[in-house]
Design a protein around this ligand. Sequence first.
Ligand code: SF4
Length: 304
Amino acid sequence: MDTREELTKKIIKLKKKREAIILAHYYQLPEIQDVADFIGDSFDLSRKAARSRAKVIVFCGVKFMAESASILSPDKIVLLPEKFSNCPLAEMADIESLKSMKKRYPKASVVSYVNSTAEIKAESDVCCTSSNALKIVEKIDNDQIIFLPDKNLGDYVSKSADKEVIIWNGYCPAHHSITAEEVENIKKTYPNAEILVHPECKPEVVDLADYVGSTTQILNYAKNSKADTLIIGTEEGILYPLKKENPDKTFYILNPFLICPDMKKINLEKIYHSLKNMETIIEVPKNIRMKAKRALDRMLELSD
Ligand code: SF4
């Protein structure tokens, strides 16, 4: 069996041969983040991929992220090294239920979080990320919004936006696992620490936090924070870049369940085989791709 160093060398060699780039989400394993050309939030990575000259994109994340990369780069081959890396949150929104909700609220605009399938994006008026969700809901020219699939992000947005927000009943199992009691207990243990959480956490957890933001926003906040100790309420993979960028600070994760099993399905071996066998190719059918791209483009227009 190859060592980590040997596998990394083989991947780099094959990557050059295939004219490929490797993208890794912050929630990926450290060795995957180390071999990646770019590390980031899901939509950010897709935009980087679209700007690159690479012919092949190896997306180390979950399926909806590879789909977004394919939507923005239809001329490139997008590979997902583990074909069963799905996002349980994205799977909580199905097209038939969305169509019937649209019939129930025919005047509403549909805002879908990027953590959704390509089909759901295609059925939406506009997409949003966790960092621009509030801006998008505020700027869209409609007072009635169907927001999906994350109910916690929907709740977070609805509290600040002066609009009727009809919220889908989905959630991310990892972020949703944090309880207010856990936050209160950890505050007692580390009274001088700051608590930074993702808006996919429950409303009562968000209420107790010192800062609420996307993974990139949490990384930026941590860099500028004056606190020595920071408690993190998002997937534990973020600890790797946090510790690397802030060696003088101490980080703790809010609870032991902040691990996304789907994000951890990819390893170096799978990246190597993905590049070697050119699998699994993620392609979005043209009719869905065009409509989904419209919703993503609209997000970029509104978030400017
Ligand atoms: Fe989906 Fe949650 Fe995993 Fe992100 S952490 S991929 S939202 S299940």
